[in-house]
Design a protein around this ligand. Structure first.
Ligand SMILES: [Zn+2]
Length: 75
């Protein structure tokens, strides 16, 4: 994969999400608008959830995010 900004190589990574139990899981994409739930924070059940892969340009540091279809899970 090449950087859109400077055409250098990009390396794979991910952005950890420490929001739940401090577990450092991979960030996820969730469809639709966030709906607040009084007990569980933002509602996630019944929504499409995909894991976000992040690519970083080794030259300029540009980040690119992809939710390519690896299914995440409600937290
Ligand atoms: Zn770049």
């Amino acid at each position: 994969m090449k950087c859109q900004k400077c055409n250098s190589e990009m390396e794979t990574g991910f952005i950890p999400d420490y929001g739940y139990m401090n577990e450092g899981a991979q960030s996820q994409w969730i469809e639709g608008e966030p709906e607040k739930h009084w007990l569980q924070g933002v509602k996630q059940k019944g929504k499409k959830i995909l894991v976000i892969d992040t690519f970083r340009c080794i030259s300029c540091g540009y980040l690119e995010f992809y939710a390519t279809g690896k299914e995440g899970k409600a937290r």
